[in-house]
Structure formats: C-alpha cells, structure tokens
Design a protein around this ligand. Structure first.
Ligand code: C2E
Ligand code: MG
Ligand code: MG
Ligand code: MG
Length: 292
C-alpha cells in the first residue's frame, strides 16, 4: 500500500471487487469514461515560506470522483493511466486546467507566486510533451515563470540524453523544474549538474523521519545543505507536526507544504484562502508561530 493513503481512502472497495485484477479492471473501465463524465477535478495545496509564513504557491493535485467507485486516490489510478497510455490525455487536461485557473487568479488579482504541476515520467518522455507545453502556454498566455513542473527523481536518475534535452527545452521556455519525492536516490545527483533544476522537494517519508531519530534528521539536513550549495530552493513536503517544522526552520529549509499548514483544497476554498491572506505578512507570522 502507498505511503500516503489514509484508512478512509479505501471507501470505494466493494464486496464484488475481491480480487486485485477485478478491481483493477473495474477502475480502468471507469477511467476511460472519466472525461465524458467530467469526473476529474483539481485541488490545490498551498506551499509556504517557512520564515515569513507567506504562501509561495500552490501545487495542483488531481482528484477523481466516480459515482460508483467514490473517490479514487491518485496513487491508485495514476499508475493505471500510465500503463494504458491515458496519462498523456489526463496530463494534458491537468496542465491546461491548472494553467487556466492560474491565469484566472492572476486576472482577478489574487496573489499567486507559483503553480506547481505534477508530470508523470511517462507523460514527460512522450514525444509530444514539449510541443504540448508550448501549445498550452501560447493558448493561455500564462507567464511561464509562474509554472513549476514536478518530476520524479527516477526520471533523471539514469541521466538519459533525451531527458536532459527535454528539461533544457523547458528551461528555455522559462518553466521551472522541481524534483518531487527527492531523497531516495542521491545517485541522481550527477544529472543535476547537467540541467538547471530549481527546486528539490524532500520526500514526506524523510520529513516523517525527523521525529524518528538522528538518521532521519541527517538525511533531511543533508538535502537542505546540498540544495543551498547548488543554489536550489528546497520544499519539505508532508509536514505534519510542530516538531518537524521547528527542525526544518532550524536547518533553514526555505519552504514547507503539509497538513500542519494546509490541506489540499477545492478551487473556491483555495481562493478564499489566498484572498484572506492578501498583504498578510504579519498576520501569517503570528498564525504560523502560534502553530509552531
Ligand atoms: P506528490 O506530488 O508527492 O503530492 C503530495 C501528496 O501528499 C498529495 O497526495 C498530498 O495530498 C499529500 N500530502 C500533502 N501534505 C501531506 C501531509 O502533511 N501528510 C500526508 N500524509 N500527506 C500529505 P495526493 O493528492 O493523494 O497525491 C498523491 C500522488 O499522486 C502525488 O504525490 C503525485 O505523485 C500523484 N499525483 C497527484 N496529482 C497528480 C497529477 O495531476 N498528475 C500526476 N502525474 N500525478 C499526480
Ligand atoms: Mg508533487
Ligand atoms: Mg511528493
Ligand atoms: Mg509522489
């Protein structure tokens, strides 16, 4: 089971779906019709500057509501969408929807520092990926500097030429790159030299390890020090406790994301959140300090 699934995520299990294969086939069948039924929605989770408490941006997170299956968590259906190739269409929908949303927020004057969008490795290596990004940016005219795509460490691990080239093409378009779930493979570091990564997101497993002991803490402080050395931003994700936040602050981690600060929210919820935080520095500070 995935590390991020809570117990309530299994509500869509049905008595009839008692074998993994059957369950998978059922989900896949529904997934093929999810677009027609308008079943996808993006949620947004704010990220914060750990010193000032200011939101620095939001990460778009895909939600799938299906009448029969209920809420299917992305850790369940994204791998299936990758296997079937549907991830290309789903990924394009996510990219277009998130960029449109960001543009709408900018037009309405909501403070939005950045929008981060997850890109699956399968989607990234698809030959049309860069063209798709160009098309969307041309169509929506979102300043590309606002856009940060989150890729996985596995993608850059081997240092494949094509991948470095695609990353560099995106950098030329002024899109930012973050490495998501960073920490399990320091081996991918060599590739970081060859392209211009903007941000490392420390995997929530390691953030959770802060409370565990010296080993967990040294992995986290190691990543923070390395990011600093290499001029990259660093975001700790999955921050759930005050103790973790205090440790991250002590180690001068720049940004945080996690349930301690805010859960992923629907569009209207995140709008209210961002609006209420307009020009809010001192308020945010006190709020955050209170929480810490
Ligand atoms: P991720 O990109 O690493 O996203 C962070 C996940 O951690 C999200 O789960 C988020 O809701 C959850 N999270 C945030 N703060 C906390 C916390 O304090 N505690 C805990 N326990 N969890 C926290 P979510 O939304 O279920 O997404 C899971 C994964 O599915 C994402 O991990 C990402 O890999 C993938 N995913 C989600 N949306 C998309 C998408 O639009 N495209 C692609 N390709 N993948 C996506
Ligand atoms: Mg992510
Ligand atoms: Mg992550
Ligand atoms: Mg992940």
């Amino acid at each position: 089971f995935s590390k991020r699934m809570g117990p309530n995520m299994f509500s869509y299990y049905q008595a009839s779906m008692n074998t993994p294969t059957l369950k998978r086939m059922t989900i896949e069948n529904h997934l093929h019709r999810a677009f027609d039924g308008n079943e996808f929605e993006l949620y947004y989770q704010p990220q914060f500057d750990l010193i000032t408490g200011t939101p620095t941006g939001v990460e778009a997170l895909l939600r799938w509501h299906n009448r029969e299956l209920g809420e299917v968590p992305p850790m369940e259906f994204i791998p299936m969408a990758e296997d079937s190739g549907m991830i290309v269409a789903i990924g394009e929908w996510v990219m277009r929807t998130a960029c449109r949303q960001a543009q709408t927020w900018l037009d309405r004057g909501l403070p939005l520092g950045r929008i981060a969008i997850n890109v699956s490795s399968k989607q990234f290596i698809h030959p049309g990926f860069v063209e798709m990004m160009k098309r969307i940016l041309l169509e929506i005219k979102l300043p590309p500097g606002l856009l940060e795509i989150e890729i996985l460490e596995e993608l850059i691990r081997g240092g494949a030429r094509e991948i470095i080239e695609t990353l560099n093409a995106l950098k030329q378009m002024n899109i930012r790159i973050a490495v998501d779930d960073f920490g399990s493979g320091y081996s991918s570091l060599a590739c970081l030299e060859e392209t211009d990564i903007d941000c490392l997101k420390i995997d929530s497993v390691f953030v959770g390890g802060i409370s565990g002991g010296k080993v967990g803490r040294s992995v986290v402080s190691g990543i923070i020090a390395m990011a600093e050395e290499m001029d990259m931003r660093v975001i700790a994700e999955g921050v759930e406790t005050k103790e973790q936040a205090a440790f991250l602050r002590k180690k001068q981690c720049q940004e945080v994301q996690g349930y301690l600060f805010s859960r992923p929210m629907s569009t209207p919820q995140v709008e209210t959140f961002l609006l209420n935080n307009l020009g809010f520095k001192s308020v945010a500070n006190s709020g955050l300090d209170h929480k810490l």
